[in-house]
Design a protein around this ligand. Structure first.
Ligand SMILES: C[S@@+](CC[C@H](N)C(=O)[O-])C[C@H]1O[C@@H](n2cnc3c(N)ncnc32)[C@H](O)[C@@H]1O
Length: 392
């Protein structure tokens, strides 16, 4: 068994466009990774793996490279797969699921690849619970405690990665009450970090829905790692805690370090409002579950009635998109009203907006620059930001 000091290739997977943010988050932890399409790669030991899972706000999962080889025949695949030290990540009698993709490769039948890989796992660790499950590209997120491996063939080169996170990292555990069109927690954090907000200036989300943006803001302002976003400050579950090579003492030291960094309260006001009463009830319940009930001030009000604290600070908004036909005209008016209200009530503040298209964002009527480009629920979006000018 490798020692926990062994450094290994690690990868923090992100949604497209969020790579530089995850890279900056890692840098703040003293980890220098290389941003690549889809995430950030670096070489590190167990401490890095534990810290990245516990602390990264913008990454979806963290993986460990298990093997890299070329295979053009099933014989070659079997030979290499049997040399992979599966027993590091799969306990005896454990469950495994595979996500297999193949592009431009001689071995293209994903089901047949999965079968050979599962046989190789059983060859080393003995029979698996349930015989192993093959997940499709997006599915299988609820496959319980099964250890996931991501098997990818591109031009006959195979990489196998062990998923260290388990449930996706946006599932911090606090958001159970939902309003309409909730934002992924990772994207909420990305909007904040991508807009340049660092937790030291007031923050207002006047269309906060279930509260994702202000709750993520409160977590940042208090220095609470996203993996500790609950009143007990107990870590959420991670796949790596079931690995045979898991080092419980090291993990508990990593959790203790993160707990010690938590500030007792946010030093700046964080406000969330929405015109929908049910959304604000959901947001307040979520904030309580995240362990930040006193760090966000929620209120029911339309954006036209916002009452920002002394600033300047940041206004961060995930407005309605209106993807359905007939929704665009009222939305144009709404975006224009947002611009008028902000020019009137918070000149000099920074506005950051998740924008579905240029035409709607132009309605806001102020210069906005692109800070990042990603997708939200399958819709391409841009985070645009700018200084709110004075006057209606
Ligand atoms: C896309 S959702 C925001 C989702 C939120 N970021 C979350 O994670 O749950 C847009 C929100 O804008 C709110 N909204 C729409 N028009 C509004 C207005 N004029 N004033 C205040 N809120 C408004 C809706 O009630 C809805 O909750």
């Amino acid at each position: 068994m490798p020692s926990q000091d062994d450094r290994q290739p690690l990868f923090a997977v992100t949604a497209p466009g969020l790579e530089p943010l995850a890279q900056a988050e890692l840098r703040a932890m003293g980890i220098h990774g290389a941003a690549q399409a889809g995430g950030v790669a670096w070489t590190g030991g167990a401490d890095d793996l534990y810290a990245a899972n516990l602390r990264l706000r913008t990454a979806s999962r963290v993986t460990v490279l298990a093997a890299e080889f070329r295979a053009r025949t099933f014989f070659e695949l079997e030979r290499h797969a049997r040399r992979v030290p599966w027993e590091r990540w799969v306990p005896r009698g454990g469950a495994v699921r595979l996500r297999v993709t193949s592009r431009k490769s001689k071995l293209y039948h994903e089901g047949a690849i999965a079968q050979r890989v599962l046989e190789a796992v059983e060859h080393r660790v003995g029979p698996l619970a349930g015989g192993g499950v093959v997940a499709d590209e997006e599915g299988g997120e609820d496959a319980g405690d099964a250890q996931m491996f991501i098997v990818r063939f591109v031009r006959d080169a195979c990489t196998i990665r062990a998923d260290a996170s388990g449930a996706l990292l946006h599932l911090r555990g606090y958001r159970q009450a939902l309003a309409r069109a909730p934002l992924r927690e990772t994207l909420g954090a990305a909007m904040l970090l991508g807009s340049g907000w660092d937790g030291t200036a007031p923050l207002v989300d006047p269309m906060c829905g279930s509260g994702t943006i202000p709750i993520e803001a409160a977590l940042i302002a208090r220095g609470i790692a996203p993996g500790l976003a609950n009143p007990e400050r107990a870590p959420r579950g991670y796949a790596f805690t079931a690995w045979p090579e898991f080092d419980a003492a090291r993990w508990s030291a990593a959790v203790d370090r993160a707990r010690e960094e938590i500030r007792p309260s946010a030093a700046v006001p964080v406000l969330g409002s929405d015109r929908d009463q049910g959304a604000i009830e959901a947001a307040a319940a979520n904030a309580a579950r995240a362990g930040v009930p006193d760090d966000v001030e929620f209120s029911v009000r339309p954006i036209s009635a916002i009452d920002p604290p002394p600033g300047p600070g940041w206004i961060v908004i995930n407005p309605p998109y209106g993807v359905r036909v007939g929704e665009r005209d009222p939305l144009r008016n709404l975006y224009a009203a947002v611009g008028r209200t902000l020019r009137d009530r918070c000149p000099g503040w920074t506005l950051a907006l998740l924008s579905p298209d240029h035409a709607l964002e132009r309605q806001v009527g102020m210069p906005l620059d692109e800070a990042l480009r990603t997708s939200n629920g399958g819709i391409p979006v841009r985070l645009v930001a700018g200084r709110v000018p004075q006057g209606r």
